[in-house]
Design a protein. Sequence first.
Length: 136
Amino acid sequence: MPVLPQKYQTRKAAITADFIAAVNEHIDQVMDGSLDQMYHIKDFARQLYIHPVHLSNTIKLHTGHAPCYFFEMRLMEEARKMLQNPLLTVTDIATKLTFDNSNFTKFFKRFEGVTPSQYRLQHAAASEVALQVDGL
């Protein structure tokens, strides 16, 4: 079985790391309000000066996950954080993450198994229990 040259393996790792850094930077910009639109794979590929198919294939070969996996995981991380803030409505969170309310609920439920409102209630209940345990 042929072995891939080390140079090629290193390049795959570099492309993947650069992509993940670009995703994190992009979502940070969306969160701080400096961008109001989500990028697509072609936008990240252009930023990294490679073809979108090459970017997608390289990330999938290197990690076993499609590029959207990293993007979605970061969005879920931000959504979970924001849902812990009772001052933000689910609609506010959806808008901040560039979703409409219905699509955000479907997106969130696909990953968490519960709607954002249910997640918020579960988190609030868990926090209450933790406070009661700490107070004992």
